[in-house]
Design a protein around this ligand. Sequence first.
Ligand code: MG
Length: 385
Amino acid sequence: MKRLVLLGASGSIGTQTVDVVLQHPDLFEIVALSVGKNIEKLKEILNDIHPKAVCVSDEHDAAALAEVYPEISFTCKEEGLSELASRDDYDVLVNALVGFVGFLPTLAAIRTNHDVALANKETLVVGGQLIYAALHQYGRKLYPIDSEHSAIFQCLQGSRRSDLKRLIITASGGSFRTKSREELKNVTVEQALAHPNWSMGAKITIDSADMMNKGFEVMEAHWLFDVDYDDIDVLMHRESVIHSMVEYRDHSVIAQLGAPDMRLPIQYALSAPDRFELHQDHPLDLAEIGTLHFEKPDLRRFPLLGLAYEAGRKGGNKPAVMNAANEAANLAFRNGEIPFLSIEDIVITSVYKCPFKEVKDVNDLIEANEWGNSYAHKMIEEIKK
Ligand code: MG
């Protein structure tokens, strides 16, 4: 029995994690979980799952819930997340939070001797070097939930690391892969949210449309697998059937394929190297799909992908500034405040304008995050005028 703390239970990855746990009640147990403001969803989850502790964003929600569920202890806000991650009665933290808010709970879990199943890629984008150091110091492991990284993790099983030549991360190209830059000027939020292959949360679907997400995934792969940026390639593959590949030094390429169903990477992050049954309504049927397509990514069409390589290589505060500016710009676009292409402008300008600084501790990261956030907001206000 693996005991879990699940952060971000009401989101897309969170609800699918609950589904995986309910498919295997003899193997997994959720001892604590968090949601943000979606109290209705929380109540649904509490019909099936009986945690000892729950964290919500709002203190009034926490107080009201404590009346209804006296057997559960309720905490709130960001401190509550790290509190759950630091508990001593569980084995693996499942971090399905969205954004920089996921960083401190990941660090808290590692520092209290827990492994982490990570869907919160921003944790590694902003503070990869601090997480990497903490994992080594405490002898803990990170298990990827991101589908590309789960694929790579699966392709690396049973092989020698010294034989690895490069990682090949596949990219669907998101909702606008067939649109020219000219056509991108007037796209709407609704169009951006209609991803052709994957059903995901709103923030990541927008990040996929401008390929910031793929840039983040390159950085995530760099820290997860300790591979140089020169040895991580992105390959456009519109069907999202091959979730990623690795090439070995004899040029043998190993790929992982599957239906676009996040429950597989979630479950494998919790079961590896074992595999358990997983019910799927539509498992992969290659004969039905027939043809798979591949092409090189065009970095002029998707400048944020190139920027992520640049920020990753540069390191220091640049990745955290990039992430913060993106969080602000992504949200402003979803709120209808700025056009789609302004996201790129804001993120690129923030990264270039920010004076370079080394990151030595969490405070440096928080400072970089605030710098990127406030610079992006200044630009957003200018655009709104
Ligand atoms: Mg992914």
